[in-house]
Design a protein around this ligand. Structure first.
Ligand code: FES
Ligand SMILES: [Fe+2]
Length: 356
């Protein structure tokens, strides 16, 4: 039984990672080749030559205009994955085509559809507009995680761990002390978790980036769109400052922390992280600080979750846990993901050939 939800859009890369070099990444257990056409369009197709399975991302495979030439015997494929030339004969076998994947570039990400391509059009791609929008400056990266995606979902849905795992970076005592409220919007497919701290210590992550000194009002409003996209709307302001009635919020600093949680395999995950801010837009020192600091925080999670994966991999299915109030959001996310997995599995069973 797979834990990977199919028939969904996943973040495969940042747009900046894909160019006129052959680029390969395993997404949900599928090795996918990405490259840009001469016109700049991103393509996504299987990274296995149909002839003898040589990886098309491996040298001496190469791009020739808008075709990719296999480095073993020269099978040549167009941007749609269809084979256009083979060696030693003029007739190209009708079945010589690579699985090609629906692909969309949006919000600085390359999104790829994993599952039955016929379902791609009707399946929503969640948004993270700040990452590619006027008025925001973003730093971002991706860390490989040797742990199943569900562990990262648990981790991000419960930020009380910041106090313990990320003390001295983003954690302060108030995070773990302050209760959360959780909401599930079944129709929109979103789990929300909020924690509003009215009078809290300002952690270095925010004091150094905003310049705020002393106690702060700190809001954490999470929106998770299972299975892939997590956003944390973070509001940092002087104590007692609240947004104006017209929606403006001039005394506050806003940070959008975005994670895309993409399974690489059943037991490993691509941990894409991005931090967008609406202040100090041109300040490169702030960018460098936030990039370095957030990466450190992500790596603290990676170390913990890699360890956790090793532990639970040795335990029987249905191992014991003990959940408390802080886990409400994580449990809601698990339920929504389980339902999506059932739906994806059902659709896959109905049309198994289409996905291959
Ligand atoms: S394996 Fe690609 S041409 Fe033979
Ligand atoms: Fe964390």
């Amino acid at each position: 039984m797979t834990s990977i939800v199919r028939d969904q859009w996943y973040v495969a890369a940042y747009g900046r990672e894909v160019g006129r070099e052959l680029f390969s990444r395993t997404i949900c257990g599928e090795s996918i080749l990405f490259w840009r056409t001469e016109a700049g369009r991103v393509t996504a197709m299987s990274d296995r030559c149909v002839h003898r399975r040589f990886p098309l991302s491996e040298s001496p495979s190469h791009l020739a205009g808008d075709t990719v030439v296999c480095g073993y015997h020269g099978f040549t494929y167009g941007a749609d994955g269809v084979c256009v030339a083979v060696p030693g004969q003029t007739r190209v076998p009708r079945t010589a085509r690579l699985t090609s994947y629906p692909v969309v570039e949006q919000d600085s990400f390359v999104w790829v559809f994993i599952g039955d391509p016929a379902a791609a059009e009707t399946t929503r791609i969640p948004r993270a507009p700040w990452l590619d929008q006027e008025g925001w400056t973003t730093v971002s990266g991706m860390e490989p995680l040797a742990a199943r995606a569900s562990l990262l979902v648990d981790n991000l849905m419960d930020l009380s761990h910041e106090t313990y795992l990320h003390g001295g970076y983003i954690g302060t005592p108030e995070v773990a002390q302050t209760p959360i409220t959780t909401e599930v919007d079944e129709e929109a497919g979103i789990v929300s978790v909020s924690r509003h701290m009215a009078d809290a210590e300002c952690p270095p992550f925010y004091s150094r980036s905003t310049g705020l000194q002393g106690r702060i009002s700190r809001w954490q409003d999470i929106e998770f769109t299972p299975p892939c996209l997590y956003t944390l709307h973070s509001r940092i302001a002087p104590v007692a400052s609240v947004p104006h009635e017209d929606g403006s919020d001039p005394d506050a600093f806003h940070v959008e922390v975005v994670y895309a949680i993409t399974p690489e395999t059943e037991h490993s995950t691509h941990d894409f992280w991005a931090v967008a801010r609406d202040f100090a837009l041109d300040d490169e020192d702030v960018s460098a600080f936030l990039a370095e600091n957030n990466r450190t925080v992500v790596l603290q999670d990676v170390v913990a979750l890699d360890k956790l994966e090793q532990v639970i991999a040795t335990e029987p299915d249905g191992y014991q846990e003990l959940s408390i109030n802080i886990d409400t959001g994580g449990l809601a996310a698990r339920r929504m993901i389980a339902r999506l997995a059932d739906a994806g599995a059902g659709a896959g069973a109905a049309a198994p050939a289409a996905a291959r």
